[in-house]
Design a protein around this ligand. Structure first.
Ligand code: AMP
Length: 218
């Protein structure tokens, strides 16, 4: 099963991709995570991407398509993939169709997660993660039980993404509305778009996504 979770930054794509990966074994393929790993590793791709990501713009289609093609060549994606944060432009969507076709596969569904802009700004500006195990928290909605201590691993260190500040979040939303939102229409015309309410609680969003998957198998 190959799925795309489509939606603006902060819609919950990462959270739901991880749940899908755990439940069904479809691999989460997050281009944002891959770029952040490249930055940490100090690779050429990372060096090129850092300044672009820090200001909330999109990394070039060439760079993104290169890392996606390489990732799809690994054996652990044979059960299927949940694309998280990819594709983000019509050129990427087109290239993905061709990549899947070349592998004798298809896109099974595109699930759009809809969330209002002001909710997204609040969600993203407050989020942080444990620097050791990666568990996600929020200043307001999901604080660690004991202040300053990770619930999952006990670490005292946390980190925030440099692009998760209010100014950059607003820029990222503008970029999404201009460059990525046209994909909603693109997939609607292809007949594989499904819409879920991303404003609902995490568990309810998971149920809505599961219902889409059941509908595909029926
Ligand atoms: P994300 O973690 O998905 O919010 O992505 C963080 C940043 O990485 C974005 O603001 C872009 O600068 C870059 N990025 C991630 N995925 C893509 C993509 N598919 N195309 C272009 N840039 C991307």
């Amino acid at each position: 099963m190959n799925l795309i979770l489509l939606g603006p930054p902060g819609a919950g794509k990462g959270t739901q991709s991880k749940i899908l990966e755990e439940k069904h074994g479809y691999k989460q393929l997050s281009t944002g995570d891959m770029l952040r790993a490249a930055i940490s590793a100090g690779s050429d791709v990372g060096l090129k991407a850092k300044a672009i990501m820090d200001r909330g713009d999109l990394v070039s289609d060439d760079v993104i398509l290169g890392i996606v093609a390489e990732r799809l060549g690994k054996p652990d994606v044979s059960n299927g993939v949940v694309f998280d944060g990819f594709p983000r432009t019509p050129a990427q969507a087109d290239a993905l169709d061709k990549m899947l076709e070349g592998r004798g596969q298809k896109l099974d569904a595109v699930i759009e997660m809809k969330v209002d802009d002001e909710v997204l700004v609040k969600r993203i500006s407050g989020r942080f993660t444990c620097a050791k195990c990666g568990k996600g928290y929020h200043d307001e909605f999901a604080k660690p039980t004991a202040a300053g201590v990770c619930d999952a691993c006990g670490s005292l260190e946390f980190s925030r993404r440099p692009d998760d500040n209010e100014k950059t979040v607003r820029d990222r939303l503008q970029v999404y509305n201009k460059q990525t939102a046209p994909l909603v229409d693109y997939y609607h015309k292809k007949g594989n778009l499904h819409v879920v309410d991303g404003m609902a609680d995490i568990a309810l969003v998971t149920v809505a996504i599961e219902n889409v998957l059941k509908g595909l198998k029926a």
